[in-house]
Design a protein around this ligand. Structure first.
Ligand SMILES: Cc1cc2nc3c(=O)[nH]c(=O)nc-3n(C[C@H](O)[C@H](O)[C@H](O)COP(=O)(O)O)c2cc1C
Length: 181
């Protein structure tokens, strides 16, 4: 049976390069991975006080991640770290204490930026937060996609051949990683 993978996109922007890359990863994924974007833009900011009667958006988000058998983060970098929206989603999923939905899931991260550094800082800050939450992060291959404005074909949504090859290799490695758990 196909393994359900929750895909979290760190950008809320409609024309986000990272969302487009996430969609390409989904397109290129193997039939034994059922990858789906779990939206994070509607999550109220985490506040422990609210967790006595949690907002429906938190409950729905937690249920979706909990039901998944893996998590894939696809994110830009904001000020050399991960965007606040993604950190908020990670925080929401990590609480209430003792009920984290991230626990023991096989994870992976792809970061992309129009600059040449490929959002390296965000990539490792995402790893730092979720490794603490016991997500088993795939170490290799790493995915820092630079010059993200130049990797799409004229249609603006599908990636050029070299990037497609790289993303396909990444998703194949992730599938093997998921199978280990
Ligand atoms: C608040 C903010 C901070 C940013 N900081 C960085 C940064 O540290 N490194 C970087 O490579 N790009 C940075 N950028 C540029 C983003 O990489 C660029 O806007 C990118 O297109 C965002 O990803 P998206 O296309 O998926 O929305 C920043 C953008 C914003 C809005």
């Amino acid at each position: 049976m196909a393994k359900k993978i929750a895909v979290l996109v760190g950008s809320l922007r409609k024309e986000s390069y990272n969302r487009k890359i996430a969609n390409e990863l989904i397109r290129l994924s193997q039939t034994n991975l059922e990858m789906e974007i779990v939206e994070i833009g509607n999550l109220p900011l985490y506040n422990e006080d609210l967790d006595q009667n949690p907002p429906q958006e938190w409950t729905d988000f937690r249920a979706k991640v909990k039901a998944s058998e893996g998590v894939l983060f696809v994110s830009p970098e904001y000020n050399r770290t991960l965007p606040g929206a993604l950190k908020n989603a990670i925080d929401v999923g990590s609480r209430p204490y003792g009920s984290s939905v991230w626990q023991s899931k096989p994870g992976a991260v792809v970061t992309a930026s129009p600059s040449s550094l490929g959002a390296f800082g965000a990539n490792h800050n995402i790893r730092q937060a979720v490794v603490f939450l016991d997500v088993f992060m795939m170490a290799q291959p790493e995915a820092y996609i630079g010059n993200a404005a130049e990797i799409f074909k004229e249609d603006g949504t599908t990636v050029v051949e070299a990037t497609e090859k790289f993303l396909k290799g990444f998703v194949e490695a992730y599938q093997k990683w998921v199978e280990k758990f």
